[in-house]
Write a protein that binds this ligand. Structure first.
Ligand SMILES: [Cu+2]
Length: 390
């Protein structure tokens, strides 16, 4: 199940049926049986459904989870439905049963799945969470605003909306960062993204000085040593009323070792980290006015070579297998797509951003550069000669 919405997390449920979550973002979890799930933009769940009820029609339904004041009415609060229909001869209930869903603004329900998920952890699926970290980062994730002449913009109080990480609103350069990094082109980005918030204040206070709403703009990246062990604490802030932020990292999955409401406490909160079976995600939602701690090993400076060789192997297999023309056509397309993915996504320059589309367009994003390792297979390859220009 994928939340492909631009803006809204969803509560999803199927009438009279339970769902068992067995994976998130491509990693196995301990089976978690639920009446409903909460899924944030960009997240994926693997869910098992047992068709063990009386043959009938049952609604599956989803509503958006929102903490926006009802007066702002900025989202669609209707319930979307479809029908799970059993095969066989019977007279279906009319109307079909509706599932019970949490209230649209139920914060506790919104975090319950995140609070309950654990990695599977067995001999075949070990948990590789870094037990210690070489790089510790604290990143505030904030909504912001720019003042406009005569308050003439369409954001809150006539301002222009913005968003930031550690108060830096990401400026997308005209030369891409991957190219600039590979060819050592100066002036495209700066490698001094701050490790901690530039100004420390009570991030989740009810009232915050207007001054803090103004972000700075820049193309700042954080350079990571190959195989460094990284911890990032995402700290939500209540600037411009705060919001949830499903943070997504390209190129790596990460373990979610802790989370909470309010301000992260450097001394107290790490004591409660789960370093035994934390869930493995690539998108995790920071609760409104809360925090989330993740850990990962920066082991991906560009697996181009490994992927290219697996694609080559696939191509050789293809040539020696007796396949229909149609299958060859689709496999060829798959291979071409694979090559394109290698070029565009599999390199040592990794985007990290909020998966709520307007927060992303307001520039809640940053970039990690993972340096080459010593082994030849831990190094970026040059761009292919036929790489299409932008
Ligand atoms: Cu966001």
């Amino acid at each position: 199940m994928i939340n492909a919405a631009l803006h809204e997390p969803f509560f999803f449920s199927i009438a009279k049926h339970k769902m068992t979550v067995v994976g998130t973002d491509g990693s196995y979890t301990k089976p978690l049986t639920q009446d409903y799930i909460t899924i944030f933009p960009g997240q994926t769940f693997d869910v098992l459904l047992e068709a063990n009820q009386r043959p009938d029609h049952y609604y599956m339904a989803a509503i958006a989870f929102s903490l926006a004041p009802a007066s702002r009415n900025i989202y669609d609060n209707t319930t979307t439905t479809a029908i799970v229909q059993y095969r066989g001869y019977y007279t279906p209930s009319s109307p079909p049963f509706l599932p019970h869903l949490p209230a649209y603004n139920d914060t506790n329900a919104s975090v319950q799945v995140m609070a309950s998920l654990r990695s599977l952890v067995d001999a075949e699926h070990p948990c590789n969470v870094p037990l210690s970290t070489s790089t510790k980062l604290i990143y505030t994730v904030s909504l912001n605003s720019y003042p406009c002449v005569n308050d003439s913009c369409e954001g809150p109080n006539g301002t222009r909306s913005a968003a930031s990480i550690n108060n830096i609103s990401f400026h997308t350069p005209t030369i891409d960062i991957l190219e600039a990094y590979y060819y050592n082109i100066s002036g495209v980005y700066e490698d001094n993204f701050p490790s901690v918030p530039p100004v420390v204040f009570d991030f989740t206070a009810d009232y915050l000085p207007l001054l803090y709403q103004l972000p700075s703009t820049g193309t700042k990246v954080r350079v990571l040593e190959y195989n460094s062990t990284v911890e990032i604490v995402f700290q939500g802030t209540n600037l411009v009323g705060g919001a949830i932020h499903p943070m997504h990292l390209h190129g790596h999955s990460f373990y979610v070792v802790g989370w909470g409401f309010g301000n992260f406490d450097e001394n107290r909160d790490p004591m409660r980290y789960n370093l035994v079976d934390p869930p493995h995600h690539n998108t995790i939602s920071v609760p409104k006015n809360g925090w989330v701690a993740i850990r990962f090993k920066a082991s991906n400076p560009g697996m181009l070579q490994a992927l290219m060789s697996s694609i080559k192997k696939k191509k050789n297999n293809l040539e020696t297998t007796n396949l229909h023309t149609k299958e060859i056509f689709f496999l060829n397309i798959t291979i071409k797509l694979g090559v394109m993915l290698c070029i565009f996504f599999i390199a040592g320059v990794w985007f990290m951003h909020c998966h709520i589309e307007d927060h992303l367009t307001w520039a809640m994003a940053t970039v990690f550069i993972v340096k080459n390792g010593k082994h030849p297979k831990a190094q970026m390859l040059p761009p292919p000669s036929d790489m299409p220009p932008c």
